[in-house]
Design a protein around this ligand. Structure first.
Ligand SMILES: Cc1ncc(COP(=O)(O)O)c(C=O)c1O
Length: 360
């Protein structure tokens, strides 16, 4: 896109906020009419297809990276240090899109339940040039990220889990302006509720702030996919406030009175991050069978389970499910990678010597 919809609305922001274009065009919206019939609901169910944010690697991270990579370049930083689980989508997206901007990605990797998808992402991060550092646990990652490596690695861009900093949040703030344009163009009705996966809560924070600034009456519900207590209501409010501050002096934020309207639900989390649930599996199968929409057990299936549950309870729409999963198939690329080329601490996950690991 030539200009983000956020800058179209607030022209002055483009002088203050670095941005690079990755999305070619607004992501499409589609009504899920087959599922409406199957669920026997009169309420309209729509999806916003953020799986299509990029042909190289899509999903929700791309929107954050339009602002994060630009911010790193603006600070003249060409290495990003970040973190995630063994199959982190955020790590992979940062590696792939960072590369096109000449930015190198270094990732602390901690345990998470092993699945073929997780192992594929791990191989792909290696393939696309990420420097992978196995830290095993979150607290070891935190120690290195916040303390030891901070002191010795200068000139790098420190990026916390999921890219959920105020700068990253701008991606979904911008996305709501895109959605508002689509609503105004009559492409979909104004949703009563928006459902989205909530992990490190950057995505929901951007949507929450975007709803306030666009004046849309929709409310957002984040379906929690991690039991990490840090990613709670306060964290969303905090991120919203910090992101608002980033918008000065481009817009007069002091005139904006932020009233929290979002909700976070842990009803569909199950045993924890990365563990499939029964309702998630059902949602995954239904979305595929009736709408050819591919979900994953960790994020999107649990979120869609929330949507199905809501509609089954006969509650009011229109509903927008915001789809956040990449759909570019990189399995052929991953199959070219020999796991033995990865740093040796990762071999255990491929050769069967690891008993499977947990985190979250
Ligand atoms: C596919 C997918 N959906 C949703 C999320 C959650 O986004 P956030 O971390 O901004 O809450 C993630 C985070 O990794 C993700 O990979």
């Amino acid at each position: 896109m030539k200009r983000p919809p956020l800058f179209e609305r607030f022209n002055a922001l483009q002088k203050h906020i670095p941005w690079i274009s990755i999305l070619e065009k607004p992501t499409p919206v589609r009504q899920l009419t087959n599922l409406q019939k199957v669920l026997k609901t009169k309420e309209a169910l729509w999806v916003k297809l953020d799986n299509l944010t990029s042909k190289a690697y899509g999903g929700n991270k791309v929107r954050k990276l339009e602002f994060l990579l630009a911010d790193a370049l603006h600070q003249d930083k060409h290495t990003i240090v970040t973190m995630g689980g063994l199959g982190t989508n955020h790590g992979l997206a940062t590696t792939i899109h960072g590369r096109t901007q000449n930015i190198h990605t270094r990732i602390y990797i901690e345990d998470q339940p092993l699945t073929p998808y997780v192992l594929q992402n791990l191989k792909l991060m290696y393939y696309y040039g990420a420097e992978l550092i196995y830290t095993k646990t979150r607290w070891r990652t935190a120690l290195r990220f916040n303390l030891f490596d901070r002191l010795r690695w200068r000139g790098v861009y420190w990026l916390p889990t999921g890219g959920s900093t105020p700068v990253g949040v701008l991606g979904y703030l911008n996305a709501v302006f895109e959605l508002r344009n689509q609503i105004q163009a009559g492409l979909l009705p104004e949703p009563r509720l928006i459902f989205v996966a909530a992990g490190s809560v950057g995505t929901i924070s951007g949507i929450e702030l975007g709803l306030q600034l666009t004046g849309l009456n929709s409310r957002v519900i984040g379906i929690q996919v991690t039991s990490n207590p840090r990613f709670n209501q306060d964290r969303v409010k905090n991120l919203v406030h910090k992101t608002l501050r980033l918008l000065t002096p481009g817009i007069e934020v002091e005139k904006i009175h932020y009233e929290p309207r979002f909700e976070l639900s842990n009803e569909f989390l199950g045993r924890g991050y990365g563990y499939p649930t029964k309702s998630g599996n059902e949602a995954l199968e239904m979305a595929l069978e009736f709408e050819q929409l591919h979900l994953d057990p960790t994020y999107t299936a649990k979120t869609f389970a929330g949507v199905i549950d809501y509609l089954r309870k006969g509650k009011q729409g229109p509903i927008l499910y915001w789809h956040t999963l990449n759909s570019v198939d990189l399995s052929d690329v991953a199959s070219q990678v020999d796991y033995q080329d990865l740093p040796s601490p990762f071999h255990q996950f491929f050769d069967g010597s690891s008993l499977g690991c947990t985190s979250g």
